[in-house]
Design a protein around this ligand. Structure first.
Ligand code: CP
Length: 351
């Protein structure tokens, strides 16, 4: 496996193997060790779970760790546009930054959220794709503008841990939040549940659709795996019979980058907060959220502290899923070791 950008690009066989290995590791199996190899972690955004779980996974696998932070006091601002005239804030181009880091580490993990300023730019996922293009080593996506595949892998592991049947009803619900948030998590959650073959329901108020390409992709994955996808704003019908309720807030594509318009659009939607009353309408569903979560905004205390919530196990599974993933990526590297180019650019002027 050559890195991981998006769970949807991986086969059912590959995912089944990763989830099975994550569950073995969760039960205490010893991971392989790759002493002398190095893992790079580059965060352009804050993190608690991703940072801690990747650091711990690196330790378990015997990897040297190079951890870098973007933003003030961290790495230089990185430009991704080809042909950019770099007279602004960014001091270096991904065409240099990525291969330089690729000389120091064997696998590079990147976190770079959507900026939620330009939809056109966010849809190109510029930092993740820039690093994938130029690093020269496998790149693992630790949440980009579009996808959070490591979260989705941990979520799949959690569904297996709780023995939620493959064909069970899985509700991904939008929730109110004071700020517009990226769509990487809901994109990956929807993809994951569709890939697993579940009866997936996307519950959202009007104006909060996910991108048509993501929906189309999820529908085709569901068709392949024997699952289904329904999109609705009818809460009662969505929750009836559900085995899992996954809450997340995300920004509207209709007002992407326009804070005032987005804020006006979501103002009447504060009742989109998961409560015990929601959960009582389900078939004893488990409640999932990727965390961090705003209590009594996205979900009420009674749900997080009640019998439904599996959010802490879900977070723990980040460690096991990523250990399994890195073990697979580093094992694949042993089979195809990197050959360093010995070529030097010639300075001879060609006639
Ligand atoms: N779920 C998740 O990625 O958590 P962090 O943002 O804290 O890493």
């Amino acid at each position: 496996m050559n890195g991981l950008y998006h769970l949807g690009e991986r086969s059912a066989r590959e995912i089944d193997a990763l989830v099975a290995r994550a569950l073995e590791l969760r039960s205490g199996a010893a991971p392989r060790r790759f002493d002398g190899k190095a893992l790079g972690l580059l965060f352009f955004n804050p993190s608690l779970r991703t940072q801690a779980s990747f650091q711990r996974a690196a330790g378990k696998l015997g990897l040297d760790l190079v951890q870098l932070q973007g933003g003030a006091g961290g790495v230089w601002g990185i430009e991704c546009e080809d042909g950019a005239v770099m007279d602004g804030a960014n001091a270096e181009h991904v065409r240099e930054a990525a291969p330089v880091l690729g000389r120091f580490v064997d696998v590079l993990c990147i976190r770079a959220f959507a900026g939620i300023k330009s939809l056109e730019s966010d849809l190109r996922d510029p930092l993740l794709n820039g690093f994938r293009r130029f690093a020269g080593v496998p790149v693992v996506n630790m949440e980009s503008a579009l996808w959070h595949p490591c979260q989705a892998l941990a979520d799949w592991t959690t569904l297996e841990q709780y023995e939620i049947p493959q064909r069970a009803k899985f509700v991904l619900t939008w929730a109110w939040h004071p700020k517009p948030l990226p769509q990487a998590v809901p994109n990956s959650t929807l993809t994951m549940a569709a890939q697993r073959g579940m009866e997936v329901v996307l519950l959202r108020p009007r104006g909060y659709d996910l991108h048509p390409t993501v929906i189309e992709n999820a529908r085709s994955l569901a068709a392949r795996s024997g699952g289904s996808l329904t999109i609705t704003d009818d809460r009662a019908s969505a929750l009836a019979g559900a085995s899992a309720v996954y809450a997340k807030s995300w920004a509207s594509l209709d007002t992407w980058g326009d804070l005032e318009a987005e804020s006006r659009q979501r103002a009447p939607l504060r009742d989109w907060c998961v409560s015990a009353e929601w959960m009582r309408q389900t078939a004893h569903a488990r409640f999932l959220h990727c965390l961090p979560v705003r209590r009594n905004v996205v979900v009420r205390d009674e749900v997080l502290d009640g019998p439904w919530s599996v959010v802490v196990d879900q977070a723990e599974n980040r460690l096991h899923a990523q250990t399994a993933l890195l073990e697979t990526v580093f094992t694949a590297l042993e089979r195809t070791p990197r050959v360093r180019s010995q070529a030097r650019p010639s300075l001879e002027i060609q006639p």
